[in-house]
Write a protein that binds this ligand. Structure first.
Ligand code: SF4
Length: 273
C-alpha cells in the first residue's frame, strides 16, 4: 500500500471537525470540498493513523459526480494548459503524426517526423510517394509497413476526395485509410478545437482505475460516452490530455505509483483496498 506508507506521518487526530481546508496544505490533498463524506464527519473524534481516511472512503463511497468534481478541479488547477506532446506544423502533419503514434511513443514519433515532414509537406507530395519511400523514413516506429501503406493511401484519399484539406467531422475522418475513432477524435480536439474525447490505452486504463467509468464500460466507445456524459464538452480535449498524462507518468500500465499520486484520495482503487 504505497499510498499509506507515503502518508503515514499525519493523522486524522489533527483535523478540526468537518474542516476540509486542512487538506489544502498537504501536497496532493487539495480540492476535497466536493466530497459529501465530509459533511457526514461532524462529531468525528479523530484518531491517529491515515487508515481512517480509507475507512471513511469505504463507509461512505464517493459518488461519481463528487469524484468527477474533485478530479476535474484538481487538473484545472494543476494543468490548465496541456496539449499533445506530438510535434506538428499543420493539420495534415498532425494527422500523420497521430497515425504514426498508434502503439508507439510520442518521443519516437517526434524523432522521425522532422524529415518526413520536410520531404512531404503537403497531401499531394505524400500521395506521390511510394510506400517504400515512406517506410525508409518511419521504419523505427512500430508497425512501419502498415503505417507506410496507410499514410500514402490517406494522402491520396485527401487529394481525391477532400481537395487536400483534412476534413473536420468524425464521419469523414474515419473514412480515411488508417484513421480510427481515436485518431479522428484527436484531430477534432487538437486540430479543430471541437469537444471530443479520444480514448487511448492510457485514458481507458486510468478511467477504470480512478472510477470515472463503470466496470461494464468495456470498450473504448463506452468509456468515451461515459466520460463525455460527465465532463463539460468544452473541456473534453483538456480532460483527454489530463488522463493521458496521468496514465503516462503516474498511473502507468506497468505500475500505479499511488504513493505519489495527487488524486489518490479520490481514487476508487483505494476503496477496494
Ligand atoms: S489513479 Fe492510479 S496511481 Fe493514482 S491512486 Fe488511483 S490507481 Fe493509484
Amino acid at each position: 500500500m504505497d499510498r499509506m506508507k507515503d502518508s503515514g506521518s499525519f493523522g486524522w487526530g489533527s483535523i478540526p471537525h468537518g474542516c476540509t481546508e486542512w487538506f489544502s496544505g498537504f501536497p496532493g490533498y487539495s480540492g476535497l470540498s466536493g466530497y459529501s463524506g465530509f459533511s457526514r464527519l461532524s462529531g468525528y473524534s479523530g484518531a491517529p493513523g491515515n487508515t481512517y481516511f480509507l475507512v471513511l472512503l469505504k463507509l461512505f463511497p464517493m459518488k461519481r459526480e463528487e469524484r468527477y468534481t474533485i478530479i476535474l478541479d484538481h487538473f484545472r488547477k494543476e494543468m490548465p494548459n496541456v496539449t499533445t506532446e506530438l510535434d506538428f506544423d499543420s493539420e495534415f502533419h498532425l494527422l500523420v503524426a497521430v497515425m504514426l503514434s498508434a502503439q508507439c511513443t510520442d518521443k519516437r514519433v517526434n524523432m522521425v517526423t522532422p524529415e518526413l515532414f520536410r520531404q512531404y509537406p503537403t497531401p499531394q507530395s505524400l500521395a506521390d510517394a511510394t510506400e517504400d519511400d515512406v517506410f525508409a523514413l518511419v521504419k523505427s516506429v512500430s508497425y512501419p509497413n502498415a503505417k507506410s501503406r496507410h499514410l500514402v493511401e490517406m494522402a491520396r484519399q485527401l487529394v481525391e476526395r477532400f481537395d487536400s484539406v483534412v476534413p473536420q467531422t468524425l464521419d469523414e475522418l474515419v473514412t480515411l485509410s488508417g484513421v480510427g475513432r481515436k485518431t479522428a477524435n484527436v484531430m477534432l480536439s487538437v486540430a479543430f478545437g471541437q469537444g471530443a474525447m479520444p480514448v487511448d490505452t492510457h485514458v481507458y486504463r486510468v478511467s477504470h482505475r480512478i472510477g470515472l467509468v463503470n466496470d461494464s464500460d468495456n470498450t473504448p466507445l463506452k468509456v468515451e460516452q461515459r466520460l463525455s456524459r460527465y465532463i463539460p464538452k468544452e473541456e473534453l480535449g483538456l480532460a483527454h490530455h489530463w488522463l493521458l498524462l496521468h496514465g503516462r507518468y503516474v498511473c502507468t500500465a506497468r505500475k500505479a505509483h499511488c504513493y505519489r499520486c495527487p488524486i489518490a484520495h479520490v481514487c476508487k482503487s483505494n476503496e477496494k483496498r
